[in-house]
Design a protein around this ligand. Structure first.
Ligand code: 13P
Ligand code: SF4
Length: 350
């Protein structure tokens, strides 16, 4: 558990973190990437943290991997690489740093550690979990294998190392359909996201896709009626949904893709108005790069992603607390599942 007052006391002894419009002005190159969504007053608060973290990164030979759902001050202010789950997993294998700070959720940090056991992987808040990762254990995978003997298990990366270790291959939202299609079996088990599995089942009709009943608390909240109502209320808006949304929501949308797939779609298409049916920070992170697009409508916050703050990143990197460890045997088995996914994705040109 976090002892926030103690952390703050520690940080204020070592760093001058008082809001500074002067420092903020001197870092305008960074601010320019988020000036549409972060006010100058907020930037003056964030700037001392951003500077302290970026200085410390150089000192520790650290890199920060920031998921597309991070807030703009983290995504644009301190991340060396931003991306979706697949891109960050691949990046973890490529970076030469001694330390990886994972700005995302716990399963992402575990994936980095699995792929780079020699590196120190820091998770700024160990309680940044995921409803999908919490929905299944390794016993659940064995139960599915008993129910569907001989069927391969394709497991979403949003899972613990133990679950990955019990699976045959991993997938992310950007390669799930292709990974399932490539399996050498008519029946394919997908865990733990029932909606991603149902969306894949529609796209890969040649397979009998069966699934675990997990779901994402952010994306399951949307309904097809919400989308129809929105279209009626604000005609001409392009509706873009993440495939963790229920299939009727995806069917109602104009496009569906991983978080990076969504960014690419909006960047290429530049619709006049766009509603991103996903986590709230997505639209904020691309708003400045796409001034011609008006991002409209409701979004949902991921309470796990939002546990990561500049203050916690600074504390973690300063004290080297929040080191992610994975049992060596589990890591070796989990690595096979993740590496098979990366290799197959490369082979398929994803
Ligand atoms: P992607 O970034 O792979 O699309 O995943 C979204 C997500 O919910 C991660 O937790
Ligand atoms: Fe998990 Fe959903 Fe949050 Fe992603 S958005 S981390 S899938 S709870």
């Amino acid at each position: 558990m976090f002892d926030l007052p103690a952390q703050r006391a520690h940080l204020s002894e070592k760093y001058d973190l008082t809001p500074s419009p002067e420092l903020a002005a001197s870092m305008s190159d960074i601010y320019d990437r988020m000036s549409r969504v972060v006010s100058p007053a907020d930037w003056a608060i964030f700037a001392p943290y951003v500077k302290a973290i970026n200085d410390l990164k150089a000192e520790r030979n650290a890199v920060i991997l920031g998921h597309n759902y991070m807030t703009p001050e983290i995504y644009h202010g301190i991340s060396d690489f931003g991306g979706d789950s697949l891109q960050l997993a691949i990046k973890a294998t490529e970076v030469e740093a001694d330390v990886i700070v994972q700005c995302g959720v716990h399963f992402m940090a575990e994936t980095s550690k699995i792929l780079s056991p020699e590196k120190t992987v820091l998770m700024p808040d160990m309680e940044a979990g995921c409803s999908l990762a919490e929905s299944i254990t390794a016993e659940g995978i064995e139960e599915m294998r008993r129910r569907y003997p001989g069927a391969p298990v394709v497991t979403y990366v949003n899972t613990t190392a133990e679950v990955k270790a019990a699976s045959d291959i991993c997938c992310t939202s950007s390669n799930a359909a292709q990974i399932v299609a490539a399996q050498d079996s008519h029946t394919v088990i997908m865990t733990p996201d029932q909606y991603l599995a149902q969306n894949v089942a529609r796209d890969v009709p040649q397979k009998n896709v069966v699934w675990w009943e997990g779901s994402c608390i952010v994306h399951e909240q949307y309904s097809a009626t919400d989308l129809r109502d929105f279209r009626e209320w604000n005609p001409g808006t392009r509706l873009i949904a993440h495939p963790e949304c229920p299939p009727d929501v995806v069917a109602e949308a104009d496009f569906s893709g991983s978080t990076s797939g969504i960014i690419k779609y909006v960047t290429d298409e530049k619709p006049e108005k766009a509603l991103l049916i996903t986590e709230c920070s997505m639209a904020s992170n691309i708003a400045d790069a796409l001034p011609e697009v008006e991002f409209v409508g409701p979004c949902n916050m991921c309470p796990y992603m939002k546990k990561i703050t500049l203050e916690k990143v600074l504390f973690s990197l300063d004290t080297m607390t929040g080191q992610v460890e994975v049992d060596a045997d589990i890591a070796a088995k989990a690595r096979l599942s993740v590496q098979r996914m990366i290799d197959l994705s490369r082979q398929l040109g994803i």
